[in-house]
Design a protein around this ligand. Structure first.
Ligand SMILES: [Zn+2]
Length: 177
């Protein structure tokens, strides 16, 4: 994936989590959850460290597991607790954002699958149906194939863009309610 789908899901989760909050807070939550939904791809550093793609800590390895998503969710929940915020909501939204990443990558047409069940198994998983074209790595994105991947992701995630960006009127409370 070209990360566009991950951003779409993160923004939709942020929009959902922010509810009727003021626009600034909505924007902050959308930004934060988009960053979290892209976080597992920080593992591309494995290529620079010469960790092979198929190794447990290689690209789409442990970083793309549901266990890692749970770990990040726990960290965020602890941080939110210290700040006296809504712990459960923050934890669940974080788990959904980070956890969705590996699941979406398992819907792509190429590369290796995601190690969703690490540390129980380092096996890489794909779903039987894979509608999302895999993105060329690095500068390969600046090609006709890269453009095709970007367009496809923009289209496939229209429901998420729509939900995240659709203008909403703030609820008007009637007197006496
Ligand atoms: Zn990924």
């Amino acid at each position: 994936m070209a990360s566009i789908g991950h951003v779409a899901v993160g923004m939709a989760l942020g929009r959902y989590g922010a509810g009727e909050a003021p626009p600034r807070r909505v924007a902050t939550m959308m930004l934060g959850l988009s960053a979290l939904s892209m976080l597992p791809d920080a593992d591309v550093i494995a290529f620079a460290l010469r960790i092979p793609y198929e190794a447990p800590w290689g690209h789409r390895g442990a970083s793309h597991s549901l266990m890692l998503a749970a770990g990040v969710a726990l960290l965020v929940a602890v941080g939110v607790r210290v700040a006296k915020g809504p712990v459960l909501k923050a934890g669940l939204l974080t788990f959904a954002a980070v956890g969705s990443h590996g699941l979406l990558d398992a819907l792509t047409t190429g590369g290796l699958g995601a190690a969703l069940l690490w540390p129980f198994t380092a096996a890489r998983y794909f779903f039987p149906v894979r509608p999302i074209p895999v993105a060329p790595i690095g500068l390969g994105m600046l090609s006709a194939r890269g453009l095709y991947v970007v367009m496809m992701e923009l289209m496939l995630f229209v429901p998420f863009w729509g939900y995240a960006l659709w203008p909403r009127r703030r609820a008007v409370r009637l007197a006496g309610e």
